[in-house]
Ligand binder design. Sequence first.
Ligand code: TYM
Length: 330
Amino acid sequence: METILSGMRPTGDLHLGNYYGALLNFVKLQEKYDCYFFIADFHLLTTHPNPADLNNNVRKILAQYLACGLDPDKSTIYVQSSVPEVAELYMYLNMITYVGELERTTAFKEKIRQNPNNINAGLLTYPSLMAADILLHRANKVPVGKDQQQHLEITRDIAERFNRMYKQDYFPLPQAFNFERELVKIPSLDGNGKMSKSYGEQATIYLTDDTSVLKKKIMKAKTDEGPQSPNSQKSVEIENLFSLMRLVSKQEIVQQFEDSYNDCSIRYGDMKKQLLQDMDLFLAPLREKIKELSSNETYLNKIIHIGAEKARESAKKTIREVREIIGFKI
Ligand code: TYM
């Protein structure tokens, strides 16, 4: 049976990008595969979080995973730091990963630009830790958004190099995966790039946003002066609004607005109201579930405990085999 794995950094609340880029795919896949989903708290250390925040965010994000449909009976849900074997594999993989290939990654270059005063070695080796996460369970498929594509390519390169170096067909070469087809990039509300916490809270829709917060964000979303001629090309801002609408609105509603855009009768205010209504309908049950699960500390702790045991079983097996392949005989 094929193995799928994915994870997220516990940076706070999940947003629509996390949900549609990674989580939803994973939830759909968990019916049929051997599944691992984890909370990447080691990865978060590159930003030096304070200890209390780190601990709170892990539980917060776990409640959100569960509310979105991750099922502890079908999947192994775990916290990365409770599986220390990953650190050992990370060390081995760093020995066969070249500084040049790490320096070339887009995410690293972007982080340097955003944060010139904190260019630590963990940031540089972020992709090899990610490779360790994936290879630790010898995963085949990794549901992620488009922004992670390059990291998956590096993981494949590292896996291939390991196999070649030790003349073993040990690690599968994992593929970034989206159920539908292409990897997705969910846009932000301000017309700038992908939805992401670091690009602005007000342009990011969180799964926990209540109606009034949603209203503020959606009503403030950037638009343009309207289509100037029939069937004209959409600006980035308007295309983004349509993309968000396609996620939560019925197809005929989207089509109605497409038509009114094409015949120049569209009123962006109406489109935003519709988007708000449909987004709110989509988020309301999730918000409720998140609230309920977040307050159940005992249940969350139980999941963390069971997940750690299950994940470590698989991790220990891989580490045992990798040590043997490398040549450690004790
Ligand atoms: P993180 O926390 O930055 O993002 C978590 C997941 O959400 C996806 N995502 C998006 N997808 C589409 N559109 C967006 N606007 C958007 N924003 C975020 C990301 O692609 C990601 O899938 N490095 C990973 C965490 C990680 C990991 C792993 C993932 C660590 N080890 C091993 C898979 C396998 C990350 O950046 O998470």
